[in-house]
Write a protein that binds this ligand. Sequence first.
Ligand SMILES: [Zn+2]
Length: 106
Amino acid sequence: MKTSSVDSFTKTIACPSSNLLLSFHLQGLSPEIMTLVRHHLAACDFCCAEVPLLAHYQRPLKGECKPPDIPINLRILAESLLGKSAVRKVPKRKKSVKFGLSITGS
Ligand SMILES: [Zn+2]
């Protein structure tokens, strides 16, 4: 029984970076490098599996990176909390914890 195939499923030093594989997928490399990567893919299971994965990656468009709007009720809550803490000083309450331990021997 061989289990070495599981161990070898990893990136090696010879593997191109994910960025390079992505450029390869997008045909954005020079013909020589495209050939090199293609040869590597033929021999490397990991990179061969990584390319279809990278196919799902989409470069973010400009202006597409803005965070989603906060729901209005959460925004009101956050602004009221932040506004109050900035304007009004919350008086520190003195600790009034009493220890009510009582030892009853029996
Ligand atoms: Zn590889």
